[in-house]
Design a protein around this ligand. Structure first.
Ligand code: DAH
Length: 339
């Protein structure tokens, strides 16, 4: 029996060693150690042994079992860690890749437009900065002069995590972070995702994207804002693009405006796409209120600034004549492969 046990041990260890996947390893465990396994079969014959032989063979059988069990465990650990390594490799994201590119080399229309937008503003001397999506209420509201109880801050319009933390409803929060982090002059844009309690329709989604812009320097006026945005629109859409500046109210700018771009569908005549208006709302903007600058420790006697927020879905739709925002999110290849 000693020889039999030794040969089971040798063959089991050899098989385990050469095994290359977890399923196969499990089959080996059953083959050698299972209820109907080879080792069990030997042990069943132990009844026929003499009283002196029994403990010796019993001990040997135990040693063989332990050796096989530990070889299986080592192999299983090694296979699992190799599997994890492979999975991590497969799931790894190449952060040096320029935006997301599909396997066929095409890109999502939002990424194409976003890259163009960044190029245009970089060309005008702006830096691109990032800001958190899970944000403190003081940056999203309070320091932008939208204190609790302000009508522009209806808590039901937002997604709160705690009383003081929420999913940002606007990228304007980055303005505050920028002004606290750096001394003027500066010119930044900050594209990113924002969240609102909006119903989904052809032009609305509870998750969408904005690009914030902020310039703080000496002697800036509304004229600088107007010139900048007109230049931006022309570079993105060509010389013919017309803009309409409409007076509006934002708590953190004065004067404030909304800016509409002429409807691509009807060229301004009025159609279902622009809801008969001839124009599509693309931006909110204004001259930064001195209180906002002072809140961030910037001397409002010396410096002034202008700011704007661009809807990225809207400029993408206008650019590619997409008449329903839902196409942008649905990832339907029939839509995506056109870009
Ligand atoms: N935050 C505004 C919105 O979400 C857009 C906006 C308006 C941004 C005026 C600004 C600004 O920077 O000055 O509708």
């Amino acid at each position: 029996m000693k020889e039999q046990l030794q040969s089971i041990k040798d063959s089991a260890l050899g098989a385990v060693n050469g095994c290359s996947d977890l399923k196969e390893l499990d089959a080996l465990r059953v083959k050698y150690l299972g209820k109907k396994g080879e080792l069990t079969a030997i042990l069943k014959q132990m009844g026929g042994l003499s009283a002196e032989e029994r403990p010796i063979i019993g001990q040997l059988a135990n040693d063989v079992r332990t050796a096989i069990e530990s070889a299986i465990k080592d192999k299983s650990d090694a296979l699992k860690s190799a599997e994890t390594e492979l999975r991590l490799k497969a799931e790894a994201i190449d952060v040096t890749m320029p935006g997301k590119r599909f396997a066929n080399g095409r890109r999502h229309p939002m990424n194409i437009v976003l890259d163009e937008l960044k190029e245009i503003f970089r060309g005008m001397g702006y830096t691109v900065v990032d800001g958190p999506e899970v944000e403190e209420t003081k940056y999203v509201f309070d320091m932008l002069l939208t204190k609790e109880g302000h009508p522009a801050r209806d808590p039901q319009d937002t997604f709160y995590i705690t009383d003081e933390v929420l999913l940002r409803t606007q990228t304007s929060s980055v303005q505050i972070r920028q002004m606290l982090a750096e001394k003027p002059p500066f010119a930044i844009i900050s594209p990113g995702r924002v969240y609102r309690r909006d119903e989904v329709d052809a032009t609305h989604s509870p998750i969408f994207h904005q690009c914030e812009g902020l310039v703080v320097d000496k002697n800036l006026t509304f004229a600088d804002l107007k010139g900048t945005l007109e230049e931006f629109a022309k570079r993105l859409y060509g010389e013919g693009m017309k803009l309409k500046f409409r007076p509006h109210h934002f708590p953190y700018t004065e004067p404030s405006c909304e800016i509409d771009f002429q409807c691509f569908r009807c060229g301004g005549k009025g159609c279902p796409m622009c809801k008969g208006e001839g124009w599509i709302e693309i931006l909110g903007a204004g001259v930064v209120r001195p209180e906002v600058l002072e809140n961030c420790g910037i001397d409002s006697e010396e410096y002034s600034g202008f700011a704007f927020g661009i809807g990225i879905e809207r400029i993408t739709m206008l650019r590619y004549e997409i008449d329903d925002m839902r196409y942008i999110y649905e990832n339907d290849m029939r839509f995506l492969k056109q870009f």
